[in-house]
Design a protein around this ligand. Structure first.
Ligand SMILES: [Cu+2]
Length: 300
Protein backbone atom coordinates (compact mmCIF):
# COMPACT_ATOMS: atom_id res chain seq x y z
CA UNK A 1 0.00 0.00 0.00
CA UNK A 2 2.94 2.27 -0.70
CA UNK A 3 3.52 2.84 2.98
CA UNK A 4 0.01 4.03 3.80
CA UNK A 5 -2.21 2.32 6.34
CA UNK A 6 0.42 1.96 9.03
CA UNK A 7 -0.23 5.26 10.80
CA UNK A 8 -3.95 4.67 11.49
CA UNK A 9 -4.94 5.65 15.01
CA UNK A 10 -6.45 8.23 17.34
CA UNK A 11 -3.37 9.39 19.25
CA UNK A 12 -0.40 11.02 17.57
CA UNK A 13 2.70 12.76 18.88
CA UNK A 14 4.65 15.00 16.60
CA UNK A 15 7.36 17.57 17.16
CA UNK A 16 8.79 20.50 15.26
CA UNK A 17 12.36 20.40 14.03
CA UNK A 18 14.27 23.05 12.10
CA UNK A 19 17.42 21.12 11.25
CA UNK A 20 16.21 18.84 8.48
CA UNK A 21 18.17 18.30 5.29
CA UNK A 22 17.11 17.82 1.71
CA UNK A 23 19.23 17.86 -1.43
CA UNK A 24 17.06 19.37 -4.13
CA UNK A 25 17.98 20.94 -7.44
CA UNK A 26 21.65 20.57 -6.59
CA UNK A 27 21.21 22.61 -3.40
CA UNK A 28 21.48 21.41 0.19
CA UNK A 29 18.42 22.89 1.87
CA UNK A 30 17.83 23.19 5.61
CA UNK A 31 14.19 22.23 6.05
CA UNK A 32 11.74 22.79 8.89
CA UNK A 33 9.30 19.96 9.50
CA UNK A 34 7.06 17.90 11.75
CA UNK A 35 8.43 14.51 12.77
CA UNK A 36 6.82 11.70 14.75
CA UNK A 37 8.12 11.90 18.30
CA UNK A 38 10.68 9.25 19.11
CA UNK A 39 12.22 8.93 15.65
CA UNK A 40 15.74 9.81 16.65
CA UNK A 41 17.06 12.72 14.67
CA UNK A 42 13.59 13.08 13.18
CA UNK A 43 12.11 11.84 9.96
CA UNK A 44 9.15 13.24 8.04
CA UNK A 45 7.16 11.63 5.26
CA UNK A 46 7.20 7.82 5.54
CA UNK A 47 10.08 8.09 8.06
CA UNK A 48 12.20 8.20 4.93
CA UNK A 49 12.72 11.91 4.27
CA UNK A 50 12.38 15.18 6.16
CA UNK A 51 10.28 17.06 3.66
CA UNK A 52 7.29 16.79 3.47
CA UNK A 53 6.44 16.32 7.14
CA UNK A 54 5.05 13.07 8.46
CA UNK A 55 1.51 12.13 7.46
CA UNK A 56 -1.14 10.95 9.93
CA UNK A 57 -4.17 8.73 9.44
CA UNK A 58 -7.10 9.23 11.80
CA UNK A 59 -10.57 7.70 11.87
CA UNK A 60 -13.88 9.31 10.99
CA UNK A 61 -16.04 10.08 14.01
CA UNK A 62 -13.40 9.28 16.62
CA UNK A 63 -11.72 11.91 18.77
CA UNK A 64 -8.19 12.42 17.53
CA UNK A 65 -5.55 13.70 19.94
CA UNK A 66 -2.53 15.26 18.30
CA UNK A 67 0.15 16.12 20.81
CA UNK A 68 2.54 18.69 19.43
CA UNK A 69 5.87 19.34 21.06
CA UNK A 70 7.86 22.32 19.87
CA UNK A 71 11.44 21.10 20.11
CA UNK A 72 12.75 23.87 17.87
CA UNK A 73 13.97 27.39 18.54
CA UNK A 74 11.02 29.31 17.05
CA UNK A 75 7.25 29.39 17.65
CA UNK A 76 5.08 27.06 15.57
CA UNK A 77 1.51 25.75 15.47
CA UNK A 78 -0.51 23.05 13.74
CA UNK A 79 -3.36 24.15 11.51
CA UNK A 80 -5.62 21.31 10.35
CA UNK A 81 -6.61 22.49 6.90
CA UNK A 82 -10.09 21.39 5.88
CA UNK A 83 -10.93 19.78 9.22
CA UNK A 84 -13.57 21.58 11.25
CA UNK A 85 -11.81 22.04 14.57
CA UNK A 86 -12.69 24.25 17.55
CA UNK A 87 -11.10 27.66 17.35
CA UNK A 88 -8.61 27.01 20.15
CA UNK A 89 -7.25 24.11 18.11
CA UNK A 90 -7.13 26.05 14.86
CA UNK A 91 -3.45 26.93 15.05
CA UNK A 92 -3.88 30.50 13.81
CA UNK A 93 -1.69 32.55 16.18
CA UNK A 94 -3.92 35.62 16.62
CA UNK A 95 -7.06 33.61 17.43
CA UNK A 96 -5.61 30.40 18.80
CA UNK A 97 -2.62 29.16 20.76
CA UNK A 98 0.94 29.77 19.64
CA UNK A 99 3.31 27.03 20.76
CA UNK A 100 6.60 28.54 21.84
CA UNK A 101 9.94 26.71 21.99
CA UNK A 102 9.93 24.09 24.71
CA UNK A 103 6.13 24.07 24.98
CA UNK A 104 3.65 21.36 24.06
CA UNK A 105 0.05 21.64 22.96
CA UNK A 106 -2.63 19.03 22.55
CA UNK A 107 -4.85 19.48 19.51
CA UNK A 108 -8.16 17.61 19.66
CA UNK A 109 -10.64 17.16 16.87
CA UNK A 110 -13.24 14.75 15.58
CA UNK A 111 -12.74 14.22 11.87
CA UNK A 112 -16.11 14.67 10.23
CA UNK A 113 -15.68 12.71 7.01
CA UNK A 114 -13.23 10.22 5.57
CA UNK A 115 -10.98 11.81 2.96
CA UNK A 116 -7.74 13.60 2.24
CA UNK A 117 -6.82 16.67 4.30
CA UNK A 118 -3.81 18.72 5.03
CA UNK A 119 -1.99 20.31 7.96
CA UNK A 120 0.66 22.96 8.27
CA UNK A 121 2.26 25.44 10.61
CA UNK A 122 0.41 28.75 10.75
CA UNK A 123 3.22 30.94 12.14
CA UNK A 124 4.71 33.20 9.45
CA UNK A 125 2.82 30.77 7.28
CA UNK A 126 4.12 31.64 3.86
CA UNK A 127 7.69 30.84 4.88
CA UNK A 128 7.23 28.02 7.42
CA UNK A 129 5.04 26.17 4.94
CA UNK A 130 7.47 26.62 2.08
CA UNK A 131 10.36 25.34 4.18
CA UNK A 132 8.56 22.04 4.79
CA UNK A 133 6.12 22.45 7.70
CA UNK A 134 3.22 20.72 5.97
CA UNK A 135 1.87 17.21 5.74
CA UNK A 136 -1.19 15.16 4.88
CA UNK A 137 -4.02 13.97 7.09
CA UNK A 138 -5.88 10.94 5.76
CA UNK A 139 -9.19 10.27 7.49
CA UNK A 140 -10.16 6.60 7.32
CA UNK A 141 -13.77 5.34 7.35
CA UNK A 142 -15.41 4.73 10.77
CA UNK A 143 -14.21 1.10 10.86
CA UNK A 144 -10.60 2.23 10.26
CA UNK A 145 -10.33 0.20 7.05
CA UNK A 146 -7.64 1.08 4.52
CA UNK A 147 -9.17 -0.48 1.42
CA UNK A 148 -12.04 1.90 0.84
CA UNK A 149 -12.26 5.65 0.51
CA UNK A 150 -15.22 6.17 2.82
CA UNK A 151 -18.18 4.17 4.09
CA UNK A 152 -20.03 3.15 0.93
CA UNK A 153 -17.32 4.75 -1.21
CA UNK A 154 -14.96 3.26 -3.78
CA UNK A 155 -12.78 0.31 -2.82
CA UNK A 156 -9.22 -0.21 -3.98
CA UNK A 157 -6.29 -2.64 -3.86
CA UNK A 158 -3.47 -0.06 -4.05
CA UNK A 159 -3.20 3.37 -2.50
CA UNK A 160 -0.64 6.12 -3.04
CA UNK A 161 -0.27 9.67 -1.76
CA UNK A 162 1.19 12.35 -4.01
CA UNK A 163 2.07 15.61 -2.30
CA UNK A 164 2.80 18.23 -4.93
CA UNK A 165 5.38 20.86 -4.07
CA UNK A 166 7.41 23.57 -5.74
CA UNK A 167 10.58 24.98 -4.17
CA UNK A 168 12.21 28.38 -4.32
CA UNK A 169 15.60 27.48 -2.90
CA UNK A 170 16.38 31.12 -1.97
CA UNK A 171 13.56 30.98 0.60
CA UNK A 172 15.59 28.45 2.57
CA UNK A 173 18.17 31.12 3.35
CA UNK A 174 15.87 33.30 5.46
CA UNK A 175 14.24 32.77 8.86
CA UNK A 176 11.48 35.36 8.49
CA UNK A 177 9.33 36.35 5.57
CA UNK A 178 10.12 39.78 4.13
CA UNK A 179 11.47 41.36 0.98
CA UNK A 180 13.18 38.10 -0.05
CA UNK A 181 9.91 36.21 0.07
CA UNK A 182 7.85 38.84 -1.73
CA UNK A 183 8.10 36.73 -4.85
CA UNK A 184 8.17 32.98 -5.29
CA UNK A 185 10.30 31.80 -8.19
CA UNK A 186 10.31 28.02 -8.13
CA UNK A 187 13.52 26.29 -9.14
CA UNK A 188 12.60 22.70 -8.20
CA UNK A 189 9.47 20.67 -8.82
CA UNK A 190 8.62 17.76 -6.57
CA UNK A 191 6.29 14.89 -5.73
CA UNK A 192 6.57 13.79 -2.10
CA UNK A 193 9.71 15.88 -1.74
CA UNK A 194 11.49 14.27 -4.70
CA UNK A 195 12.42 15.39 -8.19
CA UNK A 196 11.58 13.20 -11.17
CA UNK A 197 14.61 10.89 -11.11
CA UNK A 198 14.04 9.99 -7.45
CA UNK A 199 10.24 10.10 -7.54
CA UNK A 200 10.23 7.63 -10.44
CA UNK A 201 11.86 4.94 -8.29
CA UNK A 202 10.42 5.94 -4.92
CA UNK A 203 8.37 3.06 -3.42
CA UNK A 204 6.08 5.59 -1.69
CA UNK A 205 5.37 7.48 -4.90
CA UNK A 206 5.31 4.90 -7.70
CA UNK A 207 1.97 3.28 -8.44
CA UNK A 208 2.21 -0.49 -8.85
CA UNK A 209 -1.09 -2.24 -9.36
CA UNK A 210 -2.22 -5.48 -10.92
CA UNK A 211 -4.16 -5.30 -14.14
CA UNK A 212 -7.87 -5.00 -13.49
CA UNK A 213 -7.31 -3.86 -9.91
CA UNK A 214 -7.91 -0.35 -8.63
CA UNK A 215 -5.33 2.20 -7.52
CA UNK A 216 -6.44 5.06 -5.29
CA UNK A 217 -4.23 8.12 -5.73
CA UNK A 218 -4.60 10.91 -3.19
CA UNK A 219 -3.23 14.10 -4.69
CA UNK A 220 -2.60 17.04 -2.37
CA UNK A 221 -1.34 20.23 -3.92
CA UNK A 222 1.06 21.71 -1.37
CA UNK A 223 2.75 23.76 -4.10
CA UNK A 224 2.54 27.52 -4.43
CA UNK A 225 1.61 26.86 -8.04
CA UNK A 226 -1.16 25.16 -9.94
CA UNK A 227 -0.49 21.52 -10.71
CA UNK A 228 -1.72 19.71 -13.82
CA UNK A 229 -1.73 15.95 -13.32
CA UNK A 230 -1.49 13.35 -16.09
CA UNK A 231 -1.43 9.61 -15.48
CA UNK A 232 0.51 8.84 -18.64
CA UNK A 233 -2.55 9.60 -20.73
CA UNK A 234 -4.58 6.91 -18.98
CA UNK A 235 -8.20 7.74 -18.18
CA UNK A 236 -9.10 7.96 -14.49
CA UNK A 237 -11.98 8.95 -12.27
CA UNK A 238 -12.02 11.91 -9.90
CA UNK A 239 -14.06 10.63 -6.95
CA UNK A 240 -13.44 13.12 -4.12
CA UNK A 241 -12.42 16.73 -3.65
CA UNK A 242 -11.14 18.37 -0.45
CA UNK A 243 -12.37 15.54 1.77
CA UNK A 244 -15.83 15.14 0.27
CA UNK A 245 -17.19 12.84 -2.45
CA UNK A 246 -17.71 14.48 -5.81
CA UNK A 247 -21.37 15.16 -6.48
CA UNK A 248 -20.85 13.13 -9.62
CA UNK A 249 -17.70 11.23 -10.55
CA UNK A 250 -15.67 12.91 -13.30
CA UNK A 251 -13.89 10.76 -15.89
CA UNK A 252 -10.87 12.49 -17.40
CA UNK A 253 -7.23 12.13 -18.45
CA UNK A 254 -5.98 15.39 -16.94
CA UNK A 255 -6.70 17.26 -13.72
CA UNK A 256 -5.75 20.77 -12.57
CA UNK A 257 -5.34 21.47 -8.84
CA UNK A 258 -4.96 24.88 -7.28
CA UNK A 259 -2.70 25.41 -4.26
CA UNK A 260 -4.20 23.74 -1.18
CA UNK A 261 -6.62 21.56 -3.14
CA UNK A 262 -6.86 17.80 -2.73
CA UNK A 263 -8.41 15.36 -5.17
CA UNK A 264 -8.74 11.59 -4.88
CA UNK A 265 -8.32 9.65 -8.12
CA UNK A 266 -9.33 6.11 -8.97
CA UNK A 267 -7.32 4.32 -11.67
CA UNK A 268 -8.15 0.94 -13.16
CA UNK A 269 -6.29 -0.43 -16.17
CA UNK A 270 -6.90 -3.79 -17.78
CA UNK A 271 -3.67 -4.02 -19.79
CA UNK A 272 -0.19 -4.46 -18.30
CA UNK A 273 2.33 -1.75 -19.07
CA UNK A 274 4.50 1.09 -17.83
CA UNK A 275 3.34 4.67 -17.91
CA UNK A 276 5.02 7.93 -16.96
CA UNK A 277 2.80 10.05 -14.75
CA UNK A 278 3.56 13.73 -14.86
CA UNK A 279 2.73 16.82 -12.86
CA UNK A 280 3.11 20.05 -14.79
CA UNK A 281 3.49 23.04 -12.52
CA UNK A 282 1.84 26.04 -14.13
CA UNK A 283 2.41 29.75 -13.91
CA UNK A 284 -0.24 31.92 -12.28
CA UNK A 285 -2.08 32.30 -15.54
CA UNK A 286 -2.42 28.55 -16.02
CA UNK A 287 -0.66 28.78 -19.37
CA UNK A 288 3.09 28.27 -19.18
CA UNK A 289 4.71 25.22 -17.62
CA UNK A 290 7.30 26.24 -15.02
CA UNK A 291 8.59 22.71 -14.46
CA UNK A 292 7.50 19.11 -14.14
CA UNK A 293 7.80 16.18 -11.77
CA UNK A 294 7.36 12.60 -12.92
CA UNK A 295 6.86 9.18 -11.44
CA UNK A 296 5.91 5.74 -12.77
CA UNK A 297 2.68 3.84 -13.02
CA UNK A 298 3.26 0.12 -13.46
CA UNK A 299 0.36 -2.11 -14.39
CA UNK A 300 1.58 -5.66 -13.71
CU1 LIG B 1 6.22 27.08 12.00
Amino acid sequence: MAGLGRNVGTDFSIRALMNGRARIGGNDLVVWFFAPSGTGAGRGFMDDRQMPSTHIECIEGQMTVLNFENTSGMPHTVHLHGLDVAQRYDGVPVTSTTVFPGQSYEYRFRAPHAGTYHYHCHVDTVLHYARGMFGTVIVRPPDGSTDKAWEGGPEFEEEVLWQLQTVDSTWFNVNHSGPQTARFRPDAFLINGLESADASVDPFTRVVVAQGQRAYIRVSNAAYNWGRVWLGGLPFEVVASDGRPMRSVVSTRVLDLGPGERYDLLLKVDQPGSHIARVEYLDDYGQGILGTAETMIEIV
